[in-house]
Write a protein that binds this ligand. Structure first.
Ligand code: COS
Length: 384
């Protein structure tokens, strides 16, 4: 759903301009320094990019899902590290509070996330609980008006910078699976909360992840999301349904960027006396990529519109994430191939993008987890 086409066009124009004029020229700097420059962060704050999805009453722009994926198509056209910096506040780090939090929790935390005053993180994954998220071991034991948290969370995006953490922890050790899990908001600086060393990743330099370690961290019971125990896993799954659509949209943007850069290269690079774009084997790779990007874009937009209509899009979000991220991987591979030897050296952005987009097929649920979700939903619907 697009609330006001004119306003959205203006917003998309300003984001497109920001990407083209400010972000793309700084990509190499971010890759080399492994940091988003402070002046860029400030511009992101000024543009309201930290609060795109947070409702207006909390200081955000309150974009719909259809509007959000259109924005992600644009942001996807530059290094994923830029989007990652604002990504948690617009997605996995804020949505749990937004959809399941109490009125007090929303009023307390969301304005600070919308303004970019605080960064947020989503702490689900653990050393022994990745795809099998419901087996997580972090515990939260009630003690008077608080809970005491113990455990380790792994690969947590933006944790080095985060001011608050949405943490899934087991409040009922009797229930081994999803039903024993609750979600909490934990503030940075709470005694016992420490961070591991930043992870050395294959790509996405400038986007930081690390362990978050809880050693007898006392969290007020008022920070149990929604004030209800045992529903934290469902909160996490709802957060991921939305996050997966966003990652699918980013993949479309990134594939678009890689293909455009490659088209430019193929029209300039000459072999056998003419631009390589004139050879049909190159054209096949260009055409396959174009068609697949178009298919993914249509899929993402359809799923986003359905979500805005209030439909349960668990299946469509997983279909979109699976197809769009795998498509992005295929496009990255073809684009390196078209660049030939030049695609393997860092002079061209395709070498960096090839590594950066590899993560899309893994985080917020691997392709294989999306397949499991899709097939399970199909079987459930068939048997209903
Ligand atoms: N929305 C709301 N509720 C959901 C849901 C969704 N999308 N998906 C599952 N649930 C509910 C189920 O209905 C079930 O509730 P009931 O017991 O009341 O019926 C509960 O959550 C448990 O669901 P399920 O039985 O399907 O859990 P499983 O342990 O079998 O796990 C998968 C399901 C594998 C899909 C889940 O663990 C998963 O998504 N894993 C990947 C995690 C991930 O993406 N990690 C990335 C890191 S975060 S960046």
């Amino acid at each position: 759903m697009i609330r006001d086409p004119e306003t959205l066009t203006l917003l998309l124009d300003s984001i497109r301009q920001f990407v083209d004029q400010e972000l793309i020229p700084r990509e190499n700097e971010v890759a080399e320094t492994d940091a988003i420059p402070e002046d860029i962060v400030q511009q992101m704050r000024d543009m309201g990019l930290f609060g795109l999805t947070i409702p207006e009453e909390y200081g955000g722009l309150g974009v719909t899902m259809e509007e959000e994926v259109n924005i992600a198509f644009e942001l996807g056209r530059t290094s994923p590290a830029f989007r990652s910096y604002i990504g948690t506040n617009n997605g996995i780090g804020s949505i749990g509070i937004l959809i399941d939090g109490t009125a007090e929790q929303k009023a307390h935390f969301l304005p600070k996330l919308a303004s970019g005053e605080l960064l947020s993180s989503f702490c689900l994954t653990e050393p022994d609980a990745g795809s099998d998220a419901a087996s997580l071991k972090t515990t939260a034991v009630r003690d008077g008006d608080s809970y005491i948290l113990n455990g380790t969370k792994r690969f947590i995006t933006n944790a080095p910078e985060a001011g608050i953490f949405t943490v899934m922890a087991r409040t009922n050790p009797e229930i081994k699976g999803a039903g024993g899990i609750s979600a909490f908001v934990v503030e940075r600086g709470t005694p016992g909360l420490t961070l591991g060393k930043p992870d050395h990743k294959m790509g996405q330099k400038g986007a930081h992840t690390c362990d978050v370690i809880f050693d007898n961290v006392r969290v007020p019971a008022t920070q149990l999301i929604g004030g209800v125990e045992g529903v934290g896993f469902k909160t996490a799954m709802k957060v991921l349904d939305k996050g997966r659509l966003h990652i699918a949209a980013l993949s479309v943007g990134a594939a678009d960027r890689m293909l455009n850069d490659t088209l430019r290269y193929a029209t300039e690079r000459k072999q056998f006396g003419k631009p390589i774009a004139e050879f049909q084997l190159i054209q096949a790779m260009l055409a396959d990529s174009k068609a697949e990007i178009y298919a993914a874009r249509c899929m993402v937009l359809d799923a986003a519109r359905r979500r805005d209509e209030g439909q349960n899009v668990s299946t469509e979000a997983s279909c979109s994430k699976m197809f769009a991220t795998e498509m992005c991987g295929r496009v990255a591979d073809r684009c390196v191939q078209i660049h030939g030897g030049a695609g393997y050296v860092s002079e061209y952005s395709i070498e960096r993008f090839y590594r950066d987009v590899r993560l899309f097929r893994i985080y917020e649920g691997t392709t294989q987890i999306q397949q499991v979700v899709i097939a399970r939903n199909m079987i459930k619907e068939f048997q209903a």
